[in-house]
Design a protein around this ligand. Structure first.
Ligand code: NAG
Ligand code: NAG
Ligand code: NAG
Length: 418
């Protein structure tokens, strides 16, 4: 937009310059004055116009606050990891914006192209919630929104955690159950991605949440060691209470002493159901060989593909406002006014929050992060997509605003002519 304005500004300037080049031709004095006046008013108008657009873009940039995570790849086109740790890296909203602007992609961003909701064949939201990403918080929000927008939230009871890899008949059963839910239902379950098309069933609206993968495993580590979690849990399932050493071992110690639960070996398979090191698994599916090897390239690519093709929104509480805005705009039937609802009280009431989580040293975090490269890449991919979806919305607003600027320009030209 500013490019176009710039060009027409330059053209007009050239016209004016040309007019002055030939000033030896004796123009009547009046015309010279008129041209000068025209030039000044044109320049002034265009200056205002470009300025207005620039300040809009600036405003947008200011609002897009940088945060501080590392960078790895945008939509699989690898922007090298060397930028990792830079302040304005590509995974922040601001960084994504800068990147898209520098490559000229920003003007092609289109919310419609990034919207998978129209692909859904049924009015059911399938939230295959990843543990420890704040999914309870989103369920609470949806419960409240459901009262306003007339829908139900069904949470899979699944006592004791996540569903294992499902065999094909089990996948079909679950898919059939979901398809048979009433219109206007959200179904939330800790289960890996399910392919409805493969079962020749109509597709739901897919949504999910993600979190920094290392934060996530640490959160899980302390969650299961919190007495208010394991005591009722073990009572319910009649299991012995754990040994105090297990309860009291800090994550740092666990990593340093090379305990199995805190060692992350590339290509290793699931140790047990609820081995929580693979966030990608929830987006990859139920194929043991393709999806379970830890930190593998194939699982990463399949997970990315499914996010890009299938999911309406994959949000994160690390970008709360963007997630809410994107949910509102891309899944309005279920999320209209989500921001307002969230900030009218829910935001203060964190579900499943664990105050016991201690500070973990940067060395340990770095050590663990080195083994989570692809898991981190997946998380960054989801964030970049969220940023893109958000920017596409903001850009629509800008373009709408620009139309009114174009009308103003036309009116101004009329005024000059008359
Ligand atoms: C789902 O299955 C269909 C049919 O086998 C296949 O064409 C499609 O690629 C699969 N989709 C995903 C996202 O895996
Ligand atoms: C990281 O991976 C390497 C190579 O497989 C392994 O030797 C090391 O123990 C792993 N570190 C952690 C913290 O899992
Ligand atoms: C998110 O939105 C809320 C409510 O509009 C606002 O108070 C808050 O400052 C925003 N947070 C960020 C990080 O922009």
């Amino acid at each position: 937009m500013s490019l176009g304005a710039d060009r027409s500004y330059k053209m007009k300037l050239r016209d004016v310059e040309n007019a002055f080049k030939y000033r030896r031709i004796p123009y009547p004095k009046r015309s010279v004055e008129l041209i000068a006046l025209l030039a000044i008013s044109c320049t002034f108008f265009l200056f205002m116009h470009t300025n207005k657009l620039n300040s809009r873009l600036k405003e947008m940039e200011v609002k897009l606050q940088p945060s501080e995570f590392s960078a790895l790849g945008l939509t699989g086109n690898h922007v090298s990891g060397h930028d990792a740790g830079k302040h304005d890296d590509i995974n922040t909203l601001h960084g994504t914006y800068q990147y898209l602007k520098s490559t000229g992609q920003i003007l092609q961003l289109n919310a419609q192209d990034l919207n998978n909701t129209p692909k859904a064949d049924i009015d059911v939201v399938f939230f295959n919630r990843v543990p420890k990403t704040g999914s309870m918080q989103l369920i609470e929000l949806m419960r409240q929104l459901g009262k306003v927008h007339d829908y139900e939230v069904e949470k899979d009871p699944q006592v004791g955690g996540v569903l294992p890899l499902l065999e094909l008949p089990e996948q079909s059963d679950m898919i059939e159950n979901i398809v048979n839910l009433e219109d206007g239902t959200v179904f939330a379950s800790h289960v890996n991605f399910l392919n409805f098309t493969k079962n020749e069933q109509p597709r739901p609206i897919y949504i999910n949440m993600v979190r920094d993968p290392v934060e996530r495993v640490i959160s899980w580590y302390y969650y299961i060691r919190a007495p208010w979690i394991f005591v009722p849990g073990r009572r319910r399932t009649n299991r012995e209470m754990p040994n105090p050493k297990w309860v009291n071992t800090e994550y740092d110690q666990c990593v340093l002493s090379g305990e199995k639960v805190c060692t992350y070996i590339e290509g290793s398979l699931l140790e047990h159901v609820g081995d929580h090191r693979r966030q990608t698994l929830f987006f990859c599916g139920h194929d043991e060989f393709k999806c379970t090897p830890f930190n593998s390239r194939l699982a990463l690519q399949l997970a990315k593909l499914n996010v890009e093709r299938e999911y309406a929104v994959v949000g994160t509480w690390e970008h709360t406002n963007e997630t809410l805005a994107v949910l509102e705009a891309y899944v309005p039937r279920y999320f209209a006014d989500a921001t307002k609802m969230y900030y009218s009280g829910l935001h203060a009431d964190k579900q499943n929050d664990n105050p016991m989580k201690p500070h973990i040293s940067q060395d340990i975090l770095d050590m663990v992060r080195r083994n989570f490269t692809r898991e981190i890449e997946f998380y960054q991919f989801c964030r970049q997509r969220l940023h893109k979806q958000y920017l596409a919305l903001k850009l629509n607003d800008l373009k709408r605003a620009d139309k009114s600027l174009a009308r103003l320009e036309a009116a101004n030209e009329m005024a000059i002519k008359n």
